[in-house]
Design a protein around this ligand. Structure first.
Ligand SMILES: Nc1nc2c(c(=O)[nH]1)N=C([C@H](O)[C@H](O)COP(=O)(O)OP(=O)(O)OP(=O)(O)O)CN2
Length: 136
C-alpha cells in the first residue's frame, strides 16, 4: 500500500453564522468569524490517495490526473468564491473547515474511486495555524 498526495490552493470568503441565530448569538459563538460582511482565507487543500503501484507505469495514480480531478470537482468551484453563497456543495452547511473537509471528501470520493485508487485523506488548512483532516 502506498500513499500519494497532491496540494492545491484557493482563496475564498465566508462567515461562520447560523441563519437560525441572531447576530448576538452568532457573535457570542463565532466571534470575529461571524462578521456579517464576510472575511477571507487563503486555503490549502491536500488530497491523499492510497493503493498499489502499477508495475507497468510505476504510478499509483498520475499526479496530473489527480490535479485535474481536484480542480474540476473542488478548486474551480471554490476559488475566488463565497463559500456561503456561491458553492453548490456547501449550500445549507455552516462554512467551517470541518464541514468544508467533509464536503470536499464527498465531491472527490466517486471520481477518485473510478481510477481504481482509494481516497485516504482530505486535509484543509484554513490558516497557517488551523487545519482539519478527514478520513471518511
Ligand atoms: N473548529 C473550528 N474553529 C474555528 C474555525 C473552524 O473552521 N473550525 N474557523 C475559525 C475562523 O474562520 C478562522 O479560521 C480563525 O481565524 P484566525 O483566528 O485569524 O486564525 P489563526 O488561529 O490562524 O490566527 P491567530 O492569529 O493565531 O489567532 C475560527 N474557529
Amino acid at each position: 500500500m502506498i500513499y500519494i498526495t497532491r496540494k492545491a490552493s484557493f482563496n475564498a470568503a465566508h462567515k461562520l453564522a447560523r441563519t437560525d441565530w441572531d447576530d448576538d448569538k452568532n457573535n457570542e459563538v463565532y466571534g470575529k468569524c461571524a462578521n456579517p460582511n464576510w472575511h477571507g482565507h487563503n486555503y490549502w487543500l491536500y488530497v491523499t490517495v492510497k493503493g498499489e503501484i502499477n508495475q507497468e507505469t510505476g504510478f499509483l495514480v498520475d499526479l496530473k490526473w489527480l490535479k485535474d480531478v481536484m480542480n474540476t470537482y473542488v478548486v474551480d468551484k471554490v476559488d475566488h468564491k463565497n463559500l456561503n453563497l456561491d458553492v453548490d456543495f456547501m449550500k445549507g452547511k455552516l462554512a467551517s473547515t470541518e464541514n468544508l473537509a467533509v464536503a470536499v471528501w464527498d465531491q472527490l470520493l466517486a471520481p477518485i474511486a473510478e481510477s481504481g485508487a482509494v481516497l485516504h485523506c482530505v486535509k484543509i488548512y484554513e490558516t497557517e495555524n488551523n487545519f482539519v483532516e478527514y478520513f471518511g
